[in-house]
Design a protein around this ligand. Structure first.
Ligand code: SAH
Length: 355
């Protein structure tokens, strides 16, 4: 395509690499786990999904126990988080379990099959969607773990002429892909910066957030966004490719590596407020799971585990809240977005962000 029609913007490249109907990364494989390319929190410990299920049950109670209540997951992976959440909910608050109308937003046929198998085993019927826009109206609880980081981003480089959009083109020898710049600067980008700075614009994530926040403002409910990222992203390149649990060159093997970009929590928060919703947090994943009682749950689970497995249970839980410089507990943030009438969400303080 590039050889015939010329360079394409980065967001188009990312969308094709991840979502092309035949060659797209997520269309062709289950990328999760030890044999895949990366591991996520629900795959590390069942406690992650259980605590999020209990979080949702508490929010449902605060919403006035609507029935039905849409429980929506964006990018549910193997269905592990949802299966763990539903199991926890069915013993803790059966009335919530009965009110749930489950909707899964997933583009990958491979992962849809994995989700169906997990949820069939749990006996819970679900409806699948290509995009969140077709989930029926009404009060909703929306969960998104490592979803927003997979949405295509645009990038701009600061040149003497202004912000020029990054494009993916072919090297002169035609043998490999290279990054280049649109020669014409893009107007209307506010930040000024030194030459060479990279501005990342999460265009798809922002429009998704605007739609979801607008829905919550009108129909009630809350969205929980858990992802790696920062409240204030620097003007550096945060696009990353991961293949076989190692960082890779994003251009080297299109469709064969996972492409993500750090989530810009500040920008998502502003989009949510503009759409009429209320913010909660963000806090680090360690703070969020700690406040929901991760340590106590891990202790109980380890005490009930076979002696040779107790250590692994404790270790997995610790990994979720590891607050070292490269640890998940610190790199991952949790942002809550709700309709205006929910003044408090569990484990998330009132927002520290002034939008
Ligand atoms: N939440 C899961 C999986 C994270 S990987 C977990 O924590 O384990 C990203 C997920 O989002 C995958 O399920 C992927 O197929 C899905 N996904 C990626 N892009 C998407 C899009 N544009 N629309 C819907 N789902 C998408």
């Amino acid at each position: 395509m590039i050889a015939q029609n010329g360079p394409i913007p980065l967001d188009r490249y990312m969308a094709l690499c991840l979502g092309h109907p035949v060659h797209g990364y997520y269309r062709t494989r289950d990328p999760l786990g030890a044999s895949g390319d990366f591991t996520t929190a629900p795959e590390i410990s069942q406690i992650f999904g259980e605590l999020i299920g209990l979080w949702a049950a508490e929010v449902w109670h605060a919403m006035g126990r609507p029935a039905p209540c849409r429980l929506v997951e964006l990018g549910p992976g193997r269905g592990t988080l949802m299966a763990d959440a539903l199991r926890a909910v069915s013993t803790a608050l059966p009335a919530f379990a009965e009110a749930i109308d489950l909707h899964l937003v997933e583009t990958s046929p491979v992962l849809r099959r994995a989700q169906a198998a997990r949820l069939d085993a749990a006996g819970v019927p679900a409806t699948w969607h290509e995009a969140a826009g077709t989930v029926p109206d009404g009060p909703a609880l929306i969960l998104a773990n490592e979803f927003f980081d997979a949405l295509p981003v645009r990038q701009f480089e600061r040149t003497a002429q202004g912000w020029c959009e990054r494009r993916v083109g072919l090297a002169p020898d035609g043998a490999r892909l290279v990054l280049g710049l649109d020669p014409d600067p893009t107007p209307g980008l506010p930040a000024t910066a030194g030459t060479g700075a990279i501005l990342t614009l999460p265009s798809v994530a922002l429009s998704e957030m605007r739609r979801l926040a607008g829905r919550l403002a009108r129909g009630g409910g809350a969205l929980l966004c858990v992802d790696y990222g920062e409240v204030q992203l620097g003007l550096t390149d945060t696009l990353q490719a991961v293949r076989g649990h190692r960082f890779a060159d994003p251009l080297a093997a299109p469709g064969e590596a996972d492409l993500t970009a750090q989530v810009d929590f500040g920008a998502l928060a502003r989009a949510a407020v503009e759409a009429g919703a209320r913010l909660h947090g963000p806090v680090t994943q360690a703070e969020f799971l700690g406040a929901l009682g991760l340590a106590q749950r891990a202790e109980r689970l380890a005490a009930r585990a076979r002696p040779d497995q107790a250590g692994a249970v404790t270790e997995a839980a610790a990994r979720l809240v590891d607050s070292s410089r490269t640890g998940m507990g610190r790199l991952f943030k949790v942002l809550g977005v709700s309709g205006p009438d929910l003044t408090h969400l569990p484990a998330l303080p009132s927002s520290t962000l002034s939008a």
